[in-house]
Design a protein around this ligand. Structure first.
Ligand SMILES: [Mn+2]
Length: 497
């Protein structure tokens, strides 16, 4: 998501400087307005403009300064020809000045390549520098029950190297990626820690009565090293680490961190599975396909970059949960023109959640393609997810999100999963981290359901969905399986004394 536009609009209001209201594409070439839209009174006032001034005034770029063509005309109506000429000059000056100028702007921030520790942050520790051990997952608990250990994702054992994943025949490696430099509202770097600290990612799922921790070999694979001074350096390394996990055959479950991560996660998986070989289901209140921005990677741009570089094809990309002010018409047109599917909350208002969910599930299964799931927690309504930097009201409930994630992970061949944008510092209740864990657990459950060979779409356990009364109680009593009343219970006396 990006908020740059809003910040810019606020700036305009404060400073009174006219700036394009549609700042999403400030570099767009001037497009002439229809001749019919130039009223006679305006024509009479702009005879003295140069050709360049006239073309700019009649372009969509000029409309954007006022918000629309109609509003621009309203602004110009009371002005004299001289005032109009000055107004056009002002707009053209802003349009010129906002572009890159090699004389005054830095296109890149240089790094100190002389630094002796330039690459140390991401170097693998040689095994000879550590204590020798057999490769494989390591339990961090003193106790046989696994309790009271150092906190891990889903209470899982820890793995450090890819060799541990191979030796442990690991199915799912949950890895933290505490990057938040790609976001204007920081704090997502605390996401992995908060999810480890909160329960909900491990144990049995009551809807299916499947326990992913028992069906799958799950590990906490630690955190990926982050250079939080450089999103570019970080995403390159994240890509390498995600590919490293996928190459062992384990599914990477990446816990962010901000949504910039979607780009290296998809790219890393494409490095292993092949470009364009899998689809993506992107849960978000924002479409995150921003382009024409000064940074090539931010948490508002990963979708554009992943598509642009060909790691995933737009026609295999499905967006769910979009709402709020971004994107505008240009973004939706971009998605349409590129074959992308989107399911907004507006569509949910039109068709109802169940219909929209079924439609998106069917699209995800099209062609039997593998899928990657990107879950930005801000797709959830802020009532369920106050702990995120860019909340948008009117979002999914947990009761809507969990079944959909579970089904996607059960009914498709998954290549990986990410959950991003959790900012636990913004929520002093525990619900944001808890809900994030339950979303991840829904996917783990889906993977486990599939692993068990359950193919029934939307499978739910009979045991937990049907009480079978009164027959079950009668049968239990007949077979002596019912609880006998004991007046001496918990008194220390033996029954009947
Ligand atoms: Mn996002």
């Amino acid at each position: 998501m990006r908020i740059g536009l809003i910040a810019m609009v606020v700036l305009i209001v404060i400073s009174g400087i006219p700036t394009p209201a549609a700042a999403e594409e400030p570099a767009r070439a001037a497009a002439p307005a229809k001749a019919a839209e130039v009223p006679a009174w305006l024509e009479a006032k702009i005879g003295g403009l140069t050709r360049e001034q006239r073309e700019f005034l009649l372009s969509e770029d000029a409309d954007d300064f006022a918000g629309s063509h109609k509003k621009l005309l309203q602004r110009l109506e009371a002005k004299s020809p001289e005032e109009i000429a000055a107004y056009v000059d002002g707009m053209m000056a802003v349009a010129r000045a906002q572009k890159f100028n090699p004389a005054t702007d830095m296109a890149a921030i240089p790094l100190n390549t002389e630094a002796s520790e330039f690459n140390l942050w991401k170097l693998r520790r040689p095994e000879s520098l550590g204590s020798r051990r057999e490769p494989g997952p390591i339990s961090l608990s003193y106790y046989a029950s696994g309790r009271a250990a150092i906190r891990t994702f889903a209470n899982a054992p820890v793995a450090i190297y890819p060799e541990d994943l191979v030796a442990g025949k690991v199915d799912v490696a949950i890895v933290g990626a505490p990057l938040d430099m790609g976001s204007y509202y920081r704090g997502q770097r605390f996401g992995p820690m908060a999810m480890r600290n909160e329960y909900g990612a491990g144990g049995i799922d009551m809807n299916t009565m499947v326990n992913p921790s028992k069906e799958l070999n799950i590990v906490d694979y630690g955190d990926i090293a982050i250079d939080n001074m450089s999103t570019e350096r970080t995403v390159h390394h994240v890509r390498e680490r995600v590919a490293e996990i996928a190459r062992t055959g384990a599914l990477p479950f990446i816990v962010g961190g901000d949504h910039s991560l979607e780009y290296p996660n998809i790219a890393g998986l494409a490095d292993v599975h092949g470009k364009g070989s899998f689809g993506v289901v992107h849960f978000d209140s924002h479409f995150d396909a921003g382009k024409d921005q000064p940074h090539f990677i931010t948490h508002g741009a990963p979708v554009y970059r992943a598509v642009k570089e060909g790691h995933v094809q737009a026609k295999n990309f499905i967006q769910v949960g979009l709402r709020g002010p971004w994107p505008g018409p240009d973004g939706f047109e971009w998605m349409r023109n590129n074959g992308m599917r989107y399911h907004t909350m507006a569509e949910v208002e039109k068709r109802g959640w169940d219909a929209v969910m079924k439609r998106a599930l069917a699209e995800a299964r099209e062609g039997g393609r593998k899928i990657y799931i990107s879950f930005d927690v801000d797709v959830l309504d802020p009532a369920f997810m106050p702990g995120t930097g860019t909340p948008v009201p009117g979002g999914l409930t947990m009761r809507e999100a969990m079944p959909m994630v579970r089904r996607l992970c059960a009914e498709n061949d998954l290549v990986g999963f990410e959950i991003v944008e959790l900012d636990p510092m913004l929520d002093n209740t525990y619900r944001s981290a808890l809900n994030a864990n339950f979303i991840m657990h829904a996917c783990l459950t889906g993977v486990a359901v599939r692993r068990k060979g359950i193919t029934d779409p939307g499978f739910l356990a009979e045991l937990t969905t049907e009480h079978m009364q009164p027959e079950a109680g009668i049968k239990g009593e007949k077979e002596g399986k019912n609880e006998k009343v004991d007046a001496d219970y918990a008194t220390g006396r033996k029954p009947g004394n």
